[in-house]
Design a protein around this ligand. Structure first.
Ligand code: NAD
Length: 556
């Protein structure tokens, strides 16, 4: 329908149903997922082609979008479209096992890999910021953030509390765009959580969206509600208005019985963290008028905040940094024990990566929520022994509101993803699912990313910045039969700081798709196991030995 329209902003949505608009389901899936990323329910700023994560885009400009749609509609089953930073630049004859689309987004040569140069080239119309799943057409909305946060707290529960947060109290701050997932993620794990935020609207919004249960009138009130719920082993999330740099030290001084402490205030940007002694109402004008003064006071306050977090750690609590750089900012303010507690990836996520686990996801190209419900039942049936997975799938089914094409995310590991994918393909073949599924994942995965400030922080062998791994991962997915494969730079943490790869494979119910799925969904997480064996992680070695992942340097 777009072909007759001018090359400018318009409302875009994926076609629904089981009828084809392209020449095959592999091409149709790419077409629907590209359009789905720009669905106003999914994208943050669809008129600018921006999907999420600051300026992460699905296409470079509207002309490029139109050309991609046109090309995908006519692309043959033995052809491959090349995409260079959101613009289709070529169509090549390949073969039926080859990807239908190959994507490279935002890549720059090392010495040029910074925001300044990127913005210059972007202004010339030469590149586009692809983030992780924006430019590779497998973003599924806030479900991804909720599930990642849920998985982190599930890992905390597994590490310290026997697999559930029931009977524990978590203390955190920040109820913003990402941080707002914390209260629901903790209660989904059975726990009680106190969330401090200085913005009353953030608290109200989370209550309105049913991510947060109640608002307490004071810290004392919050603590009373928390201990009652904890003693009854009843999940409860409590919002309380305050400055975390004041509330966290006060709770420590009160001897609050807190088991877990973290933080998701926007500490990565000192102009977005409220300093002690400043009214929330004056925050924006103060930051704008006296940025240097504000920054110094914000960092000083973060030092008090982090000092109290370390105090809780000394008292026996499980404490971690949730990827917001609060440790670094506190250190800049001169607090010398800022790095006494770890970041969340080395602490909880890396052990999952060693098993090839990561944010596996799929979307129902039919647009029918019943298809996702059917896959939910299949996952529960396939992995009955995995309690935290079962809890997630059940609660997501009840509480997650779909954005755009219905989709599901869950963390599955090596030896699991392929089983799920093959079952899904069989369900498409039998008609139990009404149209094909696009099966992919985030780029934040076990073998697909080099990002020394996040996914590969503090690798055992010091290989944090080695970026051969995501490139190998992408080539493996091309060689294994993925439907589209992407290599990006700068997602998550910004230009110069990460290189990462993605894949999507379509379950269209054919035997050929089944063969491709078996290989891709085995080999893709397999590169994660291999990467962590190579770095010397024992758990990865066990997984490789138990599940038959071959690593030449460990043989003979
Ligand atoms: P946001 O800006 O939407 O929300 C931040 C919240 O913190 C706001 O509600 C603000 O009112 C509150 N706040 C600021 N200063 C405060 C103070 N002194 N006391 C109490 N509350 C205060 O940000 P977001 O999108 O929610 O992200 C939060 C942080 O988490 C960012 O630094 C982000 O980079 C980081 N992060 C999260 C993940 C993840 O997996 N969830 C990963 C990487 C980074």
């Amino acid at each position: 329908a777009d072909l007759s329209e001018p090359s400018g902003p318009r409302t875009v949505r994926a076609p629904r149903g089981s009828g084809l608009t392209a020449r095959g389901w592999q091409q149709e899936a790419a077409l629907r997922m590209l359009r789905n990323n720009l669905d106003p329910e999914v994208a943050e700023h669809p008129e600018k082609l921006v999907v999420y994560g600051g300026t992460g885009k699905a296409a470079r400009d509207w002309r490029s979008f139109d050309a991609m749609v046109r090309t995908l509609t006519t692309l043959g089953p033995d052809e491959t479209m090349l995409v260079q930073s959101g613009r289709p630049v070529g169509v090549l004859t390949t073969h039926e096992w080859a990807p239908r689309v190959l994507i490279a987004n935002s890549n720059l040569v090392g010495d040029w890999a910074n925001w300044e140069e990127f913005r210059r080239l972007e202004a010339l119309g030469l590149t586009m910021y692809g983030q992780m799943t924006a430019g590779s057409w497998i973003y599924i909305g806030t479900q991804g953030i909720l599930q990642g946060t849920y998985e982190t707290f599930a890992a905390v529960a597994a590490k310290r509390f026997g697999g559930s947060l029931a009977g524990t109290i978590t203390l955190t701050a920040g109820l913003g765009g990402m941080g707002g997932a914390q209260p629901l993620a903790v209660t989904m794990n059975g726990g009680v959580v106190i969330c401090v935020d200085c913005d009353p609207r953030a608290i109200e919004r989370r209550i309105g969206h049913r991510y947060l249960d109640v608002r307490a009138e004071s810290l004392d009130h919050a603590l009373r509600l928390a201990t009652e719920a904890r003693d009854a082993r009843r999940p409860l999330s409590i919002g309380v208005l305050g400055n975390a740099a004041d509330a966290v030290p006060r709770l420590l001084a009160m001897g609050a019985p807190v088991d877990i402490v973290t933080d998701q205030t926007s500490a990565h940007d000192p102009l977005a963290y409220l300093p002690l002694g400043v009214d929330f109402a004056d925050m924006a004008s103060y930051a704008a008028e006296k940025p240097a003064d504000f920054t110094a006071r914000a960092r000083e306050s973060m030092a008090r905040h982090v000092e109290a977090m370390v105090g809780f750690q000394d008292a026996g609590a499980e404490v971690f940094d949730y990827g917001n750089s609060i440790r670094g900012e506190a250190q800049l303010a001169g607090y010398d024990r800022a790095f006494a507690f770890p970041g969340f990836v080395p602490a909880y996520i890396r052990p999952l990566f060693c098993e090839g686990r990561g944010p596996f996801r799929w979307a129902a190209l039919s647009g029918d929520p019943a298809d996702i419900a059917a896959t939910d039942r299949a996952v529960l049936d396939l992995f009955p022994e995995n309690e935290s997975l079962a809890r997630w799938i059940r609660m997501a089914g009840e509480r997650v509101h779909f954005q755009g094409l219905p989709a599901r995310i869950c963390w599955l590991g090596y030896g699991e993803r392929d089983r799920a994918g093959e079952r899904f393909n069989d369900m498409v073949a039998s008609g139990e699912i009404s149209a094909p599924l696009a099966i992919g994942r985030d780029h934040l995965d076990c073998g697909s990313v080099a990002s020394p400030y996040r996914e590969t922080e503090a690798m055992l062998d010091g290989s944090d910045a080695i970026a051969d791994w995501p490139l190998l991962n992408a080539m493996v997915n091309v060689a294994s039969g993925a439907s589209w494969v992407s290599i990006h730079h700068g997602g998550g943490v910004g230009m110069g700081r990460s290189i990462h790869a993605g894949q999507v494979t379509v379950a269209d119910g054919t035997p050929l798709a089944g063969e491709k799925i078996r290989r891709v969904l085995t080999n893709d997480p397999g590169t994660g196991v291999i990467r962590h064996v190579d770095a010397g992680y024992e758990r990865a070695e066990e997984v490789a030995a138990e599940r038959g992942v071959r690593v030449p340097m460990r043989e003979g």
